[in-house]
Design a protein around this ligand. Sequence first.
Ligand code: ZN
Length: 165
Amino acid sequence: MSAIIADNHVVTIAYTLRNDAGEVLDASDPGEPLSYLHGVGQIVPGLEDALTGKRAGDALKVSIPPEQAYGVHDPEGVQTLPREAFPPGANIEVGENFQAEIDEDNMATLWITEVEGDQVTVDMNHPLAGETLHFEVSVISIRAASANELAHGHAHGAHGHDHHH
Ligand code: ZN
């Protein structure tokens, strides 16, 4: 076996993601690696590029600028809305997110970044927009994707997308 990471392969990785300050933002749980379909944007572009051509057993450390991760932070994406603008029963808490219609054809994810009385500040930018992401990744396995996985655009099975259809 000398599979290398390329498009249309399911790749299983263990990873730790840190910010510039060295704080852990996200990590795969021990014994529960992440499986993803390579080449379709399931992971940020900079990490996908860094993994291309790697083999099972490889470990890498890579720092990814915002442009290759969740984008730069656009101040125009920040708005303050009255609480009534949200659906009844909505969970209005910092860190929650909502799908909102921004015009006839487009939905956006709004992240709540501040709640003060009746005023709710939302941000259309991803919470990691503007951040340089520092990844440590171990490549655990690589296999060809099934036709079904390619049709769905994600990995199935253990550690992948768990559903039946
Ligand atoms: Zn599926």
